[in-house]
Design a protein around this ligand. Sequence first.
Ligand SMILES: Cc1cc2nc3c(=O)[nH]c(=O)nc-3n(C[C@H](O)[C@H](O)[C@H](O)COP(=O)(O)O)c2cc1C
Length: 312
Amino acid sequence: MQRHFSFSSGKLWLSPMESVSDLGFRTLCSRRRASLTFTEMIRADGLVRKNKATFSLIDTFDRSVPTGIQLFVTKPEILKKSLEIIRPKIDEQDGRFSNLSVIDLNFGCPSPEIIKLGGGPAMLKRTERMKELLMILQREAPLPCGIKIRLGMNERERQQKVYLRIVEMANEVGLDYLTVHPKVASDDSGAPIDFAALQEIIDHATIPIVGNGFVVDGQSARRMLDMGCSAVMIARTAVGNPWIFEEIDHYLKTGKEMVVVKDYVNAWKEYKAIAEKYGAKEKYYEYHRRVFELRAKGDLGFHSPSRILKWV
Ligand SMILES: Cc1cc2nc3c(=O)[nH]c(=O)nc-3n(C[C@H](O)[C@H](O)[C@H](O)COP(=O)(O)O)c2cc1C
């Protein structure tokens, strides 16, 4: 079990995405050069309650797919207990939890349900609690670990630069990485990212920074890496388009754009084979089926799971 994370295997990470990032989708991206993939956000208290559905979100099975577990947690004792539960699973030989590579905590989710619990970006100002969580994570996680943050809850917090205190804590604790989606919770999904704040974070950090937000092609990835990011994390552009990792990887290596010929029908078959072998939940299956179908018909836009699943 490796406790130190190395970026040498690649700089292109697949973001955690709720209702999207199941085993089949993670595998498709990994086979096309995503160097690290993530589960969607998993509620740590669900693990502690031994909820079967929550556990199934960690299933990896495929030893060739490096996978990070992303946890949502607000209470130190729940974090401790969930790490105790995860630790022995990593050593199990049955392959169900194969190739777990990192443990990540989510402090970026802007959903009202999460904010109401004092979690996600609402945690950035709860500095005592945050410090406690980070210390437990660093001390007790059986794998390399990091966190994913936004810049704060709103414009006022952005102005106050609440994020810099978190960078300092992450430095002090010595996390393996800090992923930054440089927006505040009140920004809508189309709002541009704050490159000045990202640069400020990179300059303050003594640990690797991973940039996230609107990485859509080789040039947008190059921009973040040139700023000093150690890797970039890609979400929406990968949906229905796992080839994005190959295209960006090619650009980073050669400086030239490459457009892969995309066979959506076969990508769907590839997903389906994995989903059927390991038993994907229906909502993921239906979501990816519809996304690949739309792509094959020429619709290359991003459609969220809530929108697509309403249609079926
Ligand atoms: C459908 C969907 C689900 C998401 N679920 C999560 C999640 O579970 N955990 C998380 O940290 N971020 C989640 N995000 C945010 C993404 O990981 C990412 O930070 C955001 O989409 C910006 O990256 P992008 O511009 O590449 O899409 C989600 C985003 C989308 C679109």
